[in-house]
Design a protein around this ligand. Structure first.
Ligand code: SF4
Length: 346
C-alpha cells in the first residue's frame, strides 16, 4: 500500500483500506479523544473550503500524520452532510478537488492515470503523454467555458484526447468535484449528530455570516431582461462554473454599466461556490475602476462572439440594431415597460 498516496488523495479505495488497517472507524472518529487531531483537521478542511475555496496542504512524512489526514476526510464530509446546505456542499467539493489538482502537478503520468481510473475515467498514457477517452473529456470539459477546451481544438487519436498534464489534472478536478457532490449528504445517524453538534454549529455560524455579509442584491436591475450571454455567464458563476477571464470581465463590466457598484456585484458573485472574497474584490474593483479610475466598458457582440461567450443568441439578438449586450438590455427593458403601460391603460 502506498500510504503517502492514500493520505494525499483521501478519496481513494486504498485510503479506506489504510484507515481500516489502523483500526480507524467512524464512531471512534467522532467520539474518541484519540481522533481529536483528525477532527481538528477535518474542521479545517470545511472552514478552509468556506473561506479560501481550497483545502490546504499539510506535510505527510510520518505515518501518524498520514493517518490523521486520511481520517480527517470522512470527518469533513460528515460535518458538511450534517449542515446539508447546497452552497457549502458545492464549495467543499470544489475546495477538495482544487487541492487534488494542485497535488497532481508534481505527480508522474503513471500516478495521474491511477487517480483518474479511481475516478472512473478511461485514461491511458503513451510515451508519458496523457490521454482520456473523448466521452469522458466531453463530460468533464463542458463546464469549462474556454475555446481551448472545445473538442475541435484538441488532439484526438483513436477516440482518445491527448492532454497536457495540467489540463488532465484540471479535468480530474471536475471529476472529483462531481463525485463528492453526488455522494453528499451522507446519512448520519441521530446519535452521532448529537456528538457533532458543536462543530456543526461552528460551521453553520460561519456559513450564515458569509451569506449575510454578501446578501442578496440586484437593485433595480432586471435579470430577466438580460441578454442570453449575460444570463448564461451569471448562472454559470452562481453555479460554480469556472468562467474564462473574458466571461468574467464581460459580466462585471456589463453589471457595472447597469449601475451596480462593486459591493452589489460581489454579492452576486458570492453565490458561487468558488467565491474568494479578496480575489473577487480585487478583480471587480479593477474592472469597475474603483481605485484605478479606469472604468471598462463591456465588449460588443462581435467581440463576445470571437471570445466564444455569445451563448444561445435569441431572436432579439438577430435584430441588426442589437450589436451590443447593453443595446439588447435597453431594448428589452423599454419594450417590457411599454407592455406594462399598455396593460395599465386597459
Ligand atoms: S448576440 Fe450579443 S447580446 Fe445576444 S447573446 Fe450574443 S453577445 Fe449577447
Amino acid at each position: 500500500m502506498n500510504t503517502r498516496r492514500a493520505a494525499t488523495y483521501p478519496f481513494l479505495e486504498e485510503s479506506a483500506a489504510f484507515a481500516e488497517s489502523h483500526g480507524g472507524d467512524i464512531v471512534s472518529l467522532i467520539m474518541s479523544p484519540r481522533y481529536a487531531d483528525a477532527r481538528k483537521r477535518g474542521m479545517k478542511r470545511v472552514l478552509e473550503s468556506l473561506y479560501q475555496s481550497e483545502v490546504s496542504y499539510v506535510p505527510l512524512i510520518f505515518e501518524s500524520d498520514q493517518f490523521i489526514e486520511v481520517m480527517s476526510y470522512p470527518y469533513a464530509r460528515i460535518i458538511v452532510s450534517c449542515v446539508n446546505d447546497r452552497f457549502l456542499t458545492k464549495r467543499y467539493a470544489l475546495a477538495e478537488s482544487v487541492r487534488m489538482n494542485k497535488m497532481l502537478r508534481t505527480e508522474s503520468a503513471r500516478e495521474m492515470i491511477h487517480i483518474a481510473k479511481e475516478l472512473g475515467i478511461d485514461a491511458v498514457s503513451k510515451d508519458d503523454k496523457l490521454m482520456m477517452h473523448f466521452t469522458d473529456y466531453l463530460k468533464l470539459s463542458t463546464r469549462i467555458k474556454s475555446i481551448d477546451w472545445k473538442l475541435v481544438n484538441s488532439e484526438l487519436f483513436n477516440g482518445q484526447v491527448f492532454l497536457p498534464n495540467e489540463s488532465f489534472g484540471r479535468a480530474l478536478q471536475n471529476a472529483l468535484q462531481d463525485r463528492i457532490e453526488s455522494e453528499l449528504p451522507l446519512n448520519v445517524p441521530n446519535e452521532l449528530r448529537l456528538a457533532l453538534r458543536a462543530d456543526v454549529d461552528h460551521v453553520e455560524i460561519a456559513l450564515n455570516e458569509m451569506k449575510s455579509r454578501y446578501g442578496d442584491v440586484a437593485g433595480d436591475v432586471s435579470v430577466t431582461e438580460f441578454p442570453p450571454c449575460m444570463r448564461a455567464l451569471l448562472a454559470g458563476t452562481q453555479n460554480g462554473l469556472n468562467l474564462p477571464h473574458s466571461g468574467r470581465f464581460a459580466l462585471v463590466s456589463f453589471l457595472h454599466a447597469l449601475g451596480m457598484d462593486s459591493e452589489q456585484i460581489m454579492a452576486l458573485f458570492s453565490k458561487s461556490p468558488d467565491f474568494d472574497a479578496s480575489k473577487s474584490a480585487y478583480q471587480v474593483r479593477h474592472i469597475t475602476g474603483e481605485g484605478s479610475g479606469t472604468e471598462y466598458t463591456p465588449p460588443e457582440c462581435s467581440t463576445m462572439k470571437s471570445y466564444g461567450i455569445c451563448f444561445e443568441p435569441d431572436d432579439l439578438c438577430g435584430n441588426e440594431k442589437v450589436v451590443h449586450p447593453l443595446i439588447y438590455y435597453r431594448t428589452k427593458t423599454r419594450s417590457a415597460r411599454k407592455d406594462d403601460t399598455e396593460e395599465k391603460k386597459e
